[in-house]
Write a protein that binds this ligand. Sequence first.
Ligand SMILES: Nc1nc2c(c(=O)[nH]1)N[C@H]1C(S)=C(S)[C@@H](COP(=O)(O)OP(=O)(O)OC[C@H]3O[C@@H](n4cnc5c(N)ncnc54)[C@H](O)[C@@H]3O)O[C@H]1N2
Ligand code: MOO
Length: 463
Amino acid sequence: MRSVTEHVERVLALVSPLPVVTLGLADADGSVLAEDMHAAVSVPPFDSAAMDGYAVRLADLPPGGGSVTLDVTGDVAAGPSDVASDVTSDVTSDGPGYMAGIGPGQAVRIMTGAPLPPGADAVIPVEHTSTGGFVAGAPRAEVSVTLARRQRPHVRRAGEDVRAGQLLAHAGTEVTAALVGALAASGTVRVPVRRRPLVAVISTGSELVPVGGALGPGQITDSNGPMLAAAARAAGADVVRLGPASDDPAALRAALDDAVLDGPAARGGPAAGGGPPVDLIVTAGGVSAGAADVVREVLAAPSSAGEDDGGATDVDVATVAMSPGKPQALARWRGVPWLALPGNPVGAYASFELFARPAIDRLRGLGVAGEGSPGRGGNAELAMLPQRYPLGRVCRSLPAAVAWSSPAGKLQVLPVRVSDGAAEPCGSHHALSALATADGLALVPPDVEKVRAGDLVQVLMLR
Ligand SMILES: Nc1nc2c(c(=O)[nH]1)N[C@H]1C(S)=C(S)[C@@H](COP(=O)(O)OP(=O)(O)OC[C@H]3O[C@@H](n4cnc5c(N)ncnc54)[C@H](O)[C@@H]3O)O[C@H]1N2
Ligand code: MOO
């Protein structure tokens, strides 16, 4: 039997990071950076007020905390500067050139985020002044204000958050909502990312009826198809669903060709009538030892004429030391990587998380350093774990809430719920209904046959 680790390595060897495309920042979330991203401009770009109040010169304020009355000579709000100011005298002018400054004995009404006028070096919050509070929309009425020095200057210095040129995110990291914000703030307009993978999901089996179809004798609803499509989308791929394909090899070959040939394909959904070839094929079912195991049958007749002529190349059928999910196969169909997962739904899901997800992660470029960038050693970290787990998932080490047994010589992939920080198996672990309630998959190493309550287990978190 092949170890899970070795099978993951073979899966990863089958796929390569997709080409780089440049997206507008607003469309980049969920994609993976192809290059290190640096700030184009400093954030904040100018010294600004951190509070609504009065911009003052610290030199005007008694250091001991005594109060002082200053002339209010202007008004600055956040936004383009049409500073309403009657300041004319004694201006220090090392601040923004477009703005009048404040002189000795003067204060300027200032709103949070507004540029600090030249000469000012602190903001006194309005609630700590004789004004007490501003009324929204009301113009300046006060001619003077009495205030005292506060402990903090309440000024955000230019570049305090990020300096122009500073590294914001490494190549190989996903563009999150917060990163979109950080990139926008620091002047990024376009983002080099890896193209989003397109994955074909094909379930196989003559017993399968698409969701919503009437079931005849011996028929069941195709649950793997929609489940794996959802899993692939959750992993950051676009999905084209084909099949279910019957146990006739010609039907499976036709579905595989639909996936990889950009022709008059019988594709459903947005790509109907043909579309780009997919980057990865994921099939479920037909891979074990049965007489009607169609994937095995198609793989057993590899292409003699090479990948261009149709057929499978690089065929690799394996029994992997895991439970569930033991029968697995890898190949290329007309050159496109193909992961053949087993049909039992929990096994199909477990193998998706352990094999298909890392493949999608790699296509997306997750953890892939940019050209000329050193990378972050993410893979070294993973290599320390017993298996090379998917990069897009968090693995937690949690105590087992109860005892359970695990098959000898196989990695157990057990749906667990996490409550009070402990992992507890969810009902019957071969049941999809139990999997649907799981917070994670406990991964019990092959050499462990008994998990005792309190033992630490690795849990691949699903949410
Ligand atoms: N003699 C042996 N028999 C089996 C072995 C073995 O080693 N020797 N392995 C078992 C294991 S483990 C698994 S897992 C299954 C995997 O078989 P296949 O990948 O060939 O899957 P199928 O036979 O097509 O289906 C298995 C099971 O799952 C149901 N199924 C399949 N596809 C779907 C779907 N899209 N939606 C819902 N349910 C599906 C199918 O009806 C079967 O009940 O083989 C064991 N047998
Ligand atoms: O390996 Mo199968 O997926 O155990 O049920």
